[in-house]
Design a protein around this ligand. Sequence first.
Ligand code: HSE
Length: 290
Amino acid sequence: MILKIPATSANLGPGFDCIGMALDLYNFVEFHELNEGMLEIIVEKEGSTELPTDHNNLLFKAYKSVFEYLNKPVMGIHLKLINNIPLSRGLGSSAAAVVGGVLVANKILGEPLTKEELLKLAVKIEGHPDNVAPALFGGIVLSGSNGDQVFYRKISPGVMLKCSVLIPDFHLSTKKARSVLPKMISLQDAIFNVGRMGLLVDALHSENYEMLNIAIEDKLHQPYRSKLIPGLDDIFKLAKELNLLGVSISGAGPTVIVFHKDGDQDKVKKLQEVFKNYNIDSNLVHLNPI
Ligand code: HSE
């Protein structure tokens, strides 16, 4: 059997840890059952040299968590991971692994768990719901958790919402990108983000992207993370000058996600030039929200 799990872009500016969007870039997991205690993992493409192929593999850990949750012995498994989502770039590669793992286990077991239960298990492993929720449900997903339960609402992306990602050729771990964030923020910055988040959700719902370039602004994480992504401030400035719909760090970065209209590809290329000015090569990929 084979499953596909999409890449995701979390935060979308102001929605730190609370919103994410699935994109049409996929990892594939081919799997079949083996005798108990056996584990075979093959990784192809992204992560083929970096990812562990033993019990430390993240997808396997997520797989195992379903059996533990159900108090069942872990079934042996053969996993072939065909990864297209680049690692540590802010496009949800770890969420895709976690979601892949819980989905494979659920399939093997005859689907005893609902997607909501799988989400809960996935959030436990990932730590926050913003990538795993859209990886599991598709679409743009708003989410929150009270520690016990995970609440979510899905918004279907409008057909006019096009996006491109600029993937710089360096890795940035989520751990490092979170380590630069302050423990406390000012009331003023909180108000700034709450207001932007309201505008963002309205724009996504109404498919009226007129104010998206304001709605996508953020004061909770991007100003702190910009020092880890050379050229980011200039990219944000240029995106406004070029009247692109909106730009933000994708997840924890370093990828930058750009929302634009059809036919704005040349403008997006100009943003890529900014990275070049900072001696950073990047890959420009046009992706549609799914
Ligand atoms: N919301 C998370 C962050 C996404 O920005 O740190 C990355 O896992």
